[in-house]
Ligand binder design. Sequence first.
Ligand code: XIL
Length: 343
Amino acid sequence: MAQQQGMAALAAEKGVLFGSTLTRGQADESAEMRRLARQEMGAIVPGFEFKWPTLRPGPWEFDFSGAEAMLRLAEEQGQKTRGHALVWHGALPGWFGDGPADAMGMRTLLRHHIDTVARRYAGRIHSWDVVNEPVEPWDGRQDGLRDSPFLRSMGTDYIDLSFRWAAEADPQARLVLNEYGVEMATAEQEARRTALLRLVEGMLRRRVPLHAIGIQAHLAAARQHEFEAEVLRRFIRRIAALGLDCYITELDVTDRGLPPDIATRDAAVAHTYRVFLDAALAEPSVKAVILWGISDRYTWMNDSRFARREDGLPTRPHPFDADFRPKPAWDAIREAFRAASAR
Ligand code: XIL
């Protein structure tokens, strides 16, 4: 049988960068995973290796070994690397605690981190998620921004400054503001979209170097009815009208809430990928699609209390199963790229 074209190759034909997250542990442990990474990823997003807990074992220490290993792997295979993430409240080492309470202390710590990491890899990173998940209307602020340790110490300035420091340290990388929960047609997500657009408009007015918005897109097949293509497309067009690209940065589809039957689950998950990608790819400003996992063997979803199945069965959210065999989702994603127009 002739070798079938993989997802990354089909995406590349349409001018879309395609890839997935991968960790050093997965690549070291599994030859099958390394094969999938070679065949199916045009870009790799290290899952842990660029996050603070890995890079910053202590307040005065850096450990670059994981980041180096992942960059080397991608470069040997001619793949791009996305850096994830310079500033994220959700992955901080224990020693960080709530961080320095005073603005100057937090500013010094953040600047030192961004400067050291982004400068070290300048020219080798396709794009940096500079700030991850800065918006959270549920936190109850007027501006809809997240009440994170960074904001508590530095005020809302931490966002602009992080982007300015990243641009100084690596003028070539595309700088991305990455956000979750902005793709569905619910009131909650509409509030998050509104807050995000307001934030972005302000940043651009203040001439902050920002190039793309990352839409995480952690989807649930059982909530497919809450998706409306036009709502997502309108949001992407509003971002494009501001001069920014969109990247789909963490796409996966949990089967939480679906019956246990595997064929039923796999079909619903595949359908969800297809409908979502058809909508996103219809917008020419969508320049990258990154999955948050490629094989069910290694999925963060079984550990997430929001994504794991309530019946305790392992989730089947990715295009390859736990034995690295292609699933209906693999075909659905490839079909979406085949159907997309070139950008
Ligand atoms: C997840 C990783 O995949 C897990 O292995 C880890 O335990 C927690 O973080 N949004 C993000 C990602 O931006 O960094 C998260 O990744 C998933 C949610």
